[in-house]
Design a binder for this molecule. Structure first.
Ligand code: ATP
Ligand code: MG
Length: 474
């Protein structure tokens, strides 16, 4: 039997081992920690421990031994307990045997052996356990050849995949998520079983689904996960707005691009430049308005008029349906979708300063993110065009910088306030105040006057005069 003592050289493992010995139970580290150690994948954030006995008692004993006596959080319903030590979350569970019902992913649970517990794990690579017992400390317990699967980079279920996925359909998303995160392949029978059980996804809470989607989106190359979701037909059940983008229509010899596969490319592109989950969501959703707005016109071919506006509205509905946050994150995604065509629209031979100023004014602090999205949106396979588009955006970025340094229009508040307009002309709040205020803003954005107090004040007086107003104060 292989020994992996070196995986357990952190003192927490000695403490757990000692605590288990005092309680006279066997204990093992299992799951993600073992897998990630063998894959040499970064620092572990959480450790899962199985006790052949009570996990809760073991957690309490471990806390007693640790000098800082961490709080033990007990989840009685699940028979698990968690404590924090050395910047890690350590989760304890009693070894168990599970059986499932049709309508719930929560099993009926009985006490069991280590093998029973390994049987209930989702994948062979997640069923690997290292002994914390004195007599075989560090020994790998691997009843399903998980080590082999790790080496050949395969996601496989320990038991019949059809049963495994049907019992707990969340595992379908986990399989795809691990394939995306680790760059592994899902074994054939598993893939088939996922496809066959796809409709079972309806018993999974939307929050759990979104958790997995977020992890897929945060992986290095998210298209891997989304292509699998698509292949297994899960995507249509989870994000039908995306699958609606698939396909190429042809009328009178005119074709449009396949906006589904294009979108996946955009997400991969943006992921090379940002780890921001919400900007990645924006890339995923930036074209969803194209399905409902698609039209063919005899003269101009395919159009998607107003797809940005429609798309932004769809973002709200989609977030709501999936119980995602309806806060400033959602607003950010909406704004990115709404503005996604703006930078391209101002690109031409002589991109004017006023167009750039308006763009910066409307995008505010999100201007960088918007440019990153637009650059990721370039998926043409024609190298000449590819370079030309990137170059255009480089010019826009340069112009943004210049305009910013000179005019400070990002988050700009007009230098003359509504109150000042009212005082100057002795007005109560009324239409004229709004007209003058807007005129000042427009004049600044158009570059007619600089973004400065004196110029704005003069402009206010001029504009007031036009409206027949007399200043009572200069
Ligand atoms: P990560 O923490 O990187 O997402 P992980 O494998 O540690 O990966 P967790 O969700 O922390 O995943 O779960 C810990 C372990 O619990 C897994 O390794 C697996 O053995 C088991 N597990 C988790 N969820 C399931 C499930 N739905 N079905 C069966 N076993 C599961
Ligand atoms: Mg984990």
């Amino acid at each position: 039997m292989k020994n992996y003592k070196e995986a357990l050289d952190h003192k927490i493992f000695n403490v757990i081992s000692l605590a288990a010995e005092e309680l006279d139970v066997d204990s093992y580290v299992i799951g993600g920690f073992v897998r990630d150690h063998l894959l040499q994948r970064g620092d572990p954030k959480d450790i899962d421990v199985v006790a052949v006995g009570s996990g809760i008692e073991l957690a309490k004993k471990v806390s007693e031994i640790l000098p800082h006596k961490p709080i033990v959080q007990v989840f009685k319903n699940y028979g698990t307990a968690m404590l924090r030590a050395f910047d890690m979350e350590i989760e304890f569970v009693g070894a168990r045997k599970e059986s499932y019902r049709e309508d719930s992913r929560n099993p009926i649970v009985e006490n069991g052996t280590l093998e029973d517990d390994q049987n209930r794990r989702d994948f062979t690579i997640n069923a690997l356990a290292l002994s914390l017992n004195k007599n075989n400390f560090g020994e790998l317990l691997d009843p399903f050849n998980g080590l082999e699967d790790l080496k050949s980079q395969i996601i496989r279920t320990p038991l019949d995949p059809d049963v495994t996925y049907s019992d707990d359909p969340l595992r379908m998303l986990r399989a795809i998520r691990f394939a995306a995160q680790l760059g592994f392949r899902i074994e054939k029978e598993s893939l088939k079983a996922i496809r066959e059980n796809k409709d079972r996804i309806k018993i999974i809470s939307r929050e759990r689904i979104v958790d997995e989607l977020n992890k897929i989106l945060l992986s290095e190359k998210p298209s891997v996960g989304f292509a699998l979701l698509h292949k297994t037909k899960l995507l249509k059940l989870i994000l039908p707005e995306l699958t609606a983008l698939e396909g190429i229509d042809e009328i009178e010899g005119q074709r449009h691009k396949d906006n589904f596969w294009h979108t996946l490319e955009v997400v991969d592109n943006i992921s090379e430049n940002t780890d921001d989950l919400w900007l990645r969501w924006a890339a995923l959703l930036h074209d969803i308005g194209k399905a409902p707005t698609k039209k063919f016109h005899k003269k101009i071919g395919w159009t998607f008029h107003g797809h940005e506006f429609v798309g932004a509205k769809m973002v709200f509905k989609l977030f709501k349906r999936l119980r995602m946050p309806l806060n400033e994150k959602m607003k950010f995604v909406q704004k990115m979708v709404l503005m996604s065509s703006r930078p391209i629209a101002i690109v031409d031979d002589n991109t004017t300063d006023s167009a750039v100023r308006r763009l910066v004014f409307d995008a505010g602090d999100n201007i960088e993110d918007l440019m990153t999205l637009c650059e990721a949106d370039i998926t043409t396979k024609n190298p000449k065009r590819y370079n030309q588009y990137h170059n255009n955006f480089k010019i826009v970025r340069q112009k943004i910088k210049e305009v910013e340094e000179r005019d400070h229009v990002r988050n700009f508040q007009p230098p003359v306030s509504g109150e000042e307009i009212m005082e100057t002309f002795d007005l109560k709040p009324c239409r004229e105040v709004g007209i003058i205020k807007d005129a000042i803003k427009e004049a600044i954005l158009e570059g007619e006057i600089p973004n400065e107090y004196d110029a704005a004040h003069d402009y206010m007086l001029k504009r007031g005069k036009k409206l027949g107003l007399q200043p009572v104060k200069q």
